[in-house]
Design a protein around this ligand. Structure first.
Ligand SMILES: [Zn+2]
Length: 200
């Protein structure tokens, strides 16, 4: 059991490195998201949409199999279940909202990497996780609204590198989009889709 847990833990770390990048030219090969195009007003709208979009995805999957087991199923490659992904997004949105606040309040603060505490307080019950995700999305959106129009180039220092306020929110929204897309892909054999993605 310990071996399984440590393998899972390293998977989480690896996935974070893949998703979070400071390269301004970055376009995610995993989900196609282009963080460089995302401005604060649309980031706030996206953050607010996550609770609903994730819930719709999980509701569709439970309609398909008449319970919520699909959300808990690990894919064949041993990666994250859709619920693991939702849980992780809730934690990252919350962490990034906190980091945004600190960057606003202080000059060049040292930021804790969101790779830390991925096994944080969000539970494993589907409704609890979805509720946490919606709350974290709304929390981030309010932080973005409160931030105002200026100061998006203010920076914090994370792991020795400067990261701007704008980067923090792009990174946060990418997390939500990236994992939603992968969760939808994993649930697709059940006939489940992320409706907004299909409408893109
Ligand atoms: Zn991505």
């Amino acid at each position: 059991m310990n071996d399984t847990e440590s393998a899972k833990s390293s998977d989480r770390t690896e996935s974070l490195v893949e998703v979070i990048t400071t390269d301004p030219e970055f376009r995610c090969p995993g989900c196609g998201f282009d963080p460089g195009q995302l401005q604060p007003s649309s980031a706030a709208a996206a953050a607010r949409s996550f609770g609903r979009r994730w819930r719709e995805l999980f509701d569709s999957s439970s309609d398909a199999v008449e319970d919520r087991s699909a959300a808990l199923t690990q894919p064949d490659d041993g990666g994250w279940s859709p619920l693991d992904r939702a849980r992780r997004v809730a934690l990252v949105l919350d962490a990034e909202a906190g980091a945004l606040n600190v960057v606003w309040l202080r000059d060049r603060p040292v930021l804790v990497s969101p790779t830390v505490n991925t096994d944080g307080p969000v539970g494993t019950d589907v409704d609890d996780v979805l509720s946490s995700l919606a709350t974290a999305g709304e929390f981030l959106a309010r932080r973005i609204d409160d931030y105002g129009v200026d100061g998006w180039d203010r920076v914090g220092i994370r792991e020795g590198r400067e990261v701007s306020a704008l980067h923090l929110i792009r990174e946060a929204i990418h997390e939500g989009v990236h994992h939603l897309r992968h969760a939808a892909d994993d649930l697709e054999p059940l006939g489940v889709h992320d409706l907004e993605r299909d409408g893109d």
